[in-house]
Design a protein around this ligand. Structure first.
Ligand code: MLT
Length: 325
């Protein structure tokens, strides 16, 4: 199996080095962008917004495929094993780094089983509770959570999701342990929050801003160090007493290891074009997502960033003792 895969990689690489016309022919059919969480959720919204613009640049449809499970690690394993033929790409966030500490065994190595395409957007998170939750502001929330931890559940999108990371840091900051309720994305987690089946959710602005603005949830603050443009009146958790609390969700785009460099470069150019597309810019700004500077858009930049994130989060996660076998 390994030999076949190596032969396939060599054959594709040979094709691209000796036949420029074949390179120009890519993409000859639709390209798949794998999303590791549920449709309609934050990662999916970013993926579909980018995919629409990338499709225009490439002249082929970019099909978003949601592959759910195990906090994004099912999708990452799937992409790591996919054919490196330029028709499978993957978008993932901080989970690409945090999963290395959260899972004792992963079916892939995030640093060696992928080609790196580009970063894309940074997204703040927001701390929410169901609308009828007893705490009306952050100070009440902190007091209530400290005195009633056994009564409270905390929704997330599984081990490796940023909702799980944010919830875990919130628990650590208040020195409590709440009951985790995992979903396959924060789209279903948000439905449960709106339905009153779960109590607290820390989720990305790309999904939460409409619910906050409609008054459908209790909202306690943002997870960035500074206030954000999309919710200028909202205080940060840091300024309300959770000193240095910070979770910013970064997004990387990857391809299976061995995907030819000319294809990676063309996808990189298409992502850069998407991030300059005014429609993408408006949509991202409305949802609180910030397009990253050009300096973060190179394949090498993403690889270096991922390594630094693995180094940053590993010790923090291991100190909490949270992991899955
Ligand atoms: C997360 O918590 O990691 C994301 O919000 C998952 C998602 O996109 O649903």
């Amino acid at each position: 199996m390994k030999l076949n895969r190596r032969l396939l990689v060599a054959a594709i690489a040979g094709l691209f080095s000796t036949a420029p016309q074949a390179q120009q022919a890519w993409p000859a059919k639709s390209v798949t962008l794998v999303v590791p969480f549920a449709a309609g959720g934050p990662t999916d919204v970013v993926a579909r917004t980018l995919a629409a613009s990338i499709s225009k640049t490439l002249g082929q449809t970019v099909v978003v495929e949601n592959k759910l499970g195990a906090g994004g690690t099912v999708a990452a394993g799937y992409v790591a094993r996919a054919a490196p033929d330029g028709y499978t790409f993957f978008i993932h966030h901080n989970g690409m780094a945090t999963s290395t500490a959260l899972y004792r065994k992963l079916a892939y190595n995030p640093l060696t089983d992928f080609e790196f395409v580009s970063q894309a957007v940074d997204v703040p998170m927001t701390l929410l509770a169901r609308k009828d939750f007893p705490a009306n502001n952050f100070q009440e929330l902190a007091a209530y959570v400290k005195t009633n931890p056994q009564k409270i559940n905390l929704a997330n999108a599984g081990l490796g999701a940023v909702s799980q990371l944010c919830g875990m840091l919130f628990e650590r900051a208040l020195d409590v342990k709440l009951t985790a309720v995992p979903f396959q994305g924060t789209a279903p987690a948000m439905n449960a929050l709106l339905g009153g089946q779960v109590d607290i959710l820390c989720d990305q602005t790309t999904q939460t801003i409409p619910q906050i603005k409609a008054g459908n949830v209790k909202f306690y603050g943002v997870t960035t160090k500074s206030r954000i443009k999309a919710l200028p009146d909202a205080p940060t958790l840091h300024e309300q007493g959770l000193k240095d609390f910070e979770v910013v969700v970064w997004h990387g785009i990857y391809a299976p290891k061995g995907t030819p460099k000319p294809i990676i470069d063309r996808m990189n150019a298409a992502v850069r074009a998407a991030l300059k597309d005014p429609d993408v810019g408006r949509r991202m700004a409305d949802l609180g997502a910030e397009i990253v500077p050009d300096s973060k858009l190179s394949p090498e930049g993403l690889q270096t960033w991922l390594k630094s994130e693995i180094d940053k989060w590993g010790p923090i996660i291991r100190a909490t003792g949270t992991f899955a076998d």
